[in-house]
Design a protein around this ligand. Structure first.
Ligand code: UDP
Length: 374
């Protein structure tokens, strides 16, 4: 089979590059190992008629005008400001930590931003700069909240304590000095009206694009020829393991999603409830019907257990893995017309909007004269 552009993976990065290249008249082949498009954004309607995500909740948020404009080409979106609550010591509190969190857990009566700032100053343990995730949390909220809300959740999520992870992992969660209980602060926070999979269907619905599902690139690579460029969005170490056995394997975390059907209208009061303690093994429970206030007589919930083995979802950001990644990056840079794109290939904990942005930026860099084509 011949093509101009060969793309491995039909997630955000692959679909964005496919859509862009098809729009400037290139023939594109996407090879996708799974039996569906949309990568980890894949969603579908379940037996209760509820739109659920196969690989965990995906909350879109961005401050990038360009990305927001781009995703609006493929779907209508409704505003959705995500909130998360956590069960801590038999209490239910907002996360990120805000005034309500502190008042509820410590039985205090903070009312103003100044009082919250004072409470945090009295409790925090200063580290400047924070060298790891533990220091990052201690620096912001101090030891007690670290223990109650971050230490064990992180151990369950990564099988590492926060001091074994890069500070940026824990710094994803802000601390609020007010009552704001939104998980994100971005200008645009929204969900696609008909789900994410529909977006990918629309992006890939072009006569120039061929998608080969249920196909492992490494099984068919010798059958595809003539391409100008190859975009690889899978785990970077998988790409090289056949060539260079001297490199170490990168760590990735996977999630075991355990769905339970519940014969009642609602199971919990919010879409996501975190369990940061040691009393249960899962990190959080998702009840999808809350997203977009979907209606049904019954509901289902998904418990997330993070595991070592399985499909790779998360890179594990720390110094050791960064050093291993750098070795692969060196190999990657030696290749001509082969580009490594996205969370798994760049070994970066990208959010969805960053994945769109990186793919759009790469296209603009490679095709500067043609970027405006729609
Ligand atoms: N985290 C935590 N307690 C929580 C929520 C998050 O300790 O209740 C830490 C944990 O290390 C987690 C990181 O913050 O991996 C980032 O959380 P986020 O919700 O961004 O993770 P994601 O939704 O990407 O899985």
């Amino acid at each position: 089979m011949k093509t101009d552009i060969l793309i491995i993976g039909a997630g955000i990065s692959g679909a964005t590059l496919a859509e862009r290249y098809a729009s400037i008249g290139k023939k594109v082949v996407i090879v996708e190992k799974r039996d569906h498009i949309a990568g980890n954004c894949f969603d579908h309607y379940d037996q209760n008629g509820i739109l659920v995500s196969k690989y965990g909740a995906h909350l879109f948020h961005t401050n990038e005008e360009e990305v927001w404009e781009y995703v609006n080409r493929f779907s209508d979106w409704y505003k959705w400001e995500h909130k998360v609550i956590a069960r801590v010591d038999d209490k239910t509190v907002p996360i990120p930590v805000n005034i309500t969190t502190v008042n509820t857990l410590f039985d205090v009566n903070i009312k103003t931003e100044e009082e919250m700032q004072t409470w945090l100053n009295e409790n925090r343990v200063a580290f400047d700069p924070a060298k790891n995730g533990e220091e990052a949390v201690l620096n912001r909220v101090g030891e007690v909240l670290y223990e109650k809300m971050f230490k064990h959740y992180t151990k369950k999520q990564w099988d590492k304590y926060p001091d074994e992870l890069h500070a940026s992992v824990l710094e994803r969660i802000p601390v609020r000095h007010n009552y704001d209980d939104r998980y994100f602060s971005d200008k645009y926070q929204a969900l696609p009206k008909k789900g994410y999979t529909k977006i990918f269907e629309k992006m890939l619905d072009h006569p120039n694009i061929t998608v080969m599902l249920s196909t492992d690139y490494f099984d068919v690579k010798d059958q595809i020829s003539g391409y100008e460029k190859l975009f690889y969005t899978g785990p970077i170490d998988r790409f090289f393991e056949f060539k260079n056995k001297n490199l170490d394997k990168l760590e990735y975390r996977s999630i075991n999603f355990v769905t339970e059907q519940v014969d009642q209208e609602y199971y919990q009061e919010n879409s996501v409830v975190n369990y940061p303690g040691q009393e249960v093994d899962f990190t959080r429970i998702i009840e999808y019907k809350h997203f977009g206030n979907q209606q049904s007589d019954k509901t289902s919930i998904v418990k997330e257990y993070t595991v070592d083995d399985g499909e790779p979802y998360y890179p594990v950001p720390n110094e050791k893995n960064q050093a291993i990644y750098d070795q692969y990056k060196k190999e990657a840079d030696k290749l001509e017309d082969v580009y490594f794109v996205g969370r798994l290939a760049n070994y970066k904990y990208f959010n969805m909007d960053q994945a769109f942005k990186n793919a759009l930026d790469l296209f603009k860099t490679l095709e500067p004269a043609k970027e405006l084509a729609i």
